[in-house]
Design a protein around this ligand. Sequence first.
Ligand code: GLC
Length: 446
Amino acid sequence: MEKKMPREMTGAELKSMLKSSINFKSLGGMKCEELTLPEEDKQWWRDAKIGMFIHWGLYSILGRGEWARFNEKIPKEEYEALADEFIPEDFSMDEWTEIARSFGANYAVMVTRHHDGFALWNSEGSYEHFDSGHRGSHRDFVQEYVDACRKAGLKVGLYYSPMDWRFPGYFDPKGLPENAALMKKQCYDQVEELCSRFNPDILWYDGGWLAHKGSDTSSAWFWEPVKLNKMARSYNPKLLINPRSGWEGDFYCDEGSHEIKGKIIPVPWEKNMCVCSGCSWGWMADDPVSDFDWLIRMMVNVVCRGGNWLVNIGPDRNGKISDEIKNRMREVGDWLRTYGESVYCTQAGPFEPVDDVFGSTYHGNKVYVHVLDTKAFADQVLPKLENEIMDAALFDGRQVEVMETEDGYRFVLPETEAAPDTIVVLTMKNPVEKMKDAQIYFTGKE
Ligand code: GLC
């Protein structure tokens, strides 16, 4: 049988199709059929929905963002001396995984090496042994993290930046090809160490560009991401890989704290953002923690458009996470412990969301209508479904009146207290038919 090829779509077409605020990174990655995972191998991740992201490294000592070394032009010797000071006290990764659990996360992604080049494991492949196994604490934090995740039942994601500011060849790959080749060798060696030693479930790249310009995909000629990822997959054929190495990847990434609007996005995607202001991904003193209602609405907007939600925390130099962050993470988790069946293991739909008013998710014969604005929702007519609505109620059991008109349904909610998300649970006669992912290849061209 002839295989159907994904339809090609430019960034402009995507935007106009979805009328969406989504801003996918790293479009136009190299294609490789051999690397394409079937939908069923991504299902656990889509069901997992919620993840916790962790940025922690030498920059957590400075507290001025993970880009401090580059932005402030800190001399090599001065910055690298921080490696000997990176000795967290009274620290155990179990506290992080407890926070991830309390937040309702099913997976975690930890930075194992950011653009500054410092590796958080005992890395033989690290250029000049710039890693926590050989400097400072002499600890293997990636091993500790992986052990803690497995113990807590979290799937393991590892973030890795191919590029490294320590190499002059990064800034001038064509003029200094030998030095650039050393950086590439480090990348291959370290990705191999990460995959062979820790067997991650997710490999999360960031920083596949070169010479400080272009995108993660424009430097594929240099990194040869297909070769790199075939090597990674040789250790785990079901490894999930994000698109930021220059290969198209298994899912799309939207990064930052901007709101998510527009239609359902019929491909696997993940929003990653900070629980704090987003000025820095690494620890920063007094970084304000986002408002609870705003976070819940963000999550609902993501999930009702088919995305996963990966939320970042920045532990301090001792690995401590502030009480404000801990409390907020737990509050969101408490919400999920009550309403999680409307989030986990669901799909977006069957109703298209209306920005700031409502969105929907479904699982089996339940449809969850997430109402963000009860007043505006009162006037909404939701399109008819072929499936019959047998019952409509709030989570607390109170009935919702369903008025069927010629064009669709209107719902009359009982008086409710102000809430970031009021959920109407519809029990349908039959299971809602699952929508398949669209087979689209985003070219990245405008
Ligand atoms: C951006 C930032 C980087 C951060 C990443 C997280 O690429 O430059 O510092 O690690 O976002 O997605």
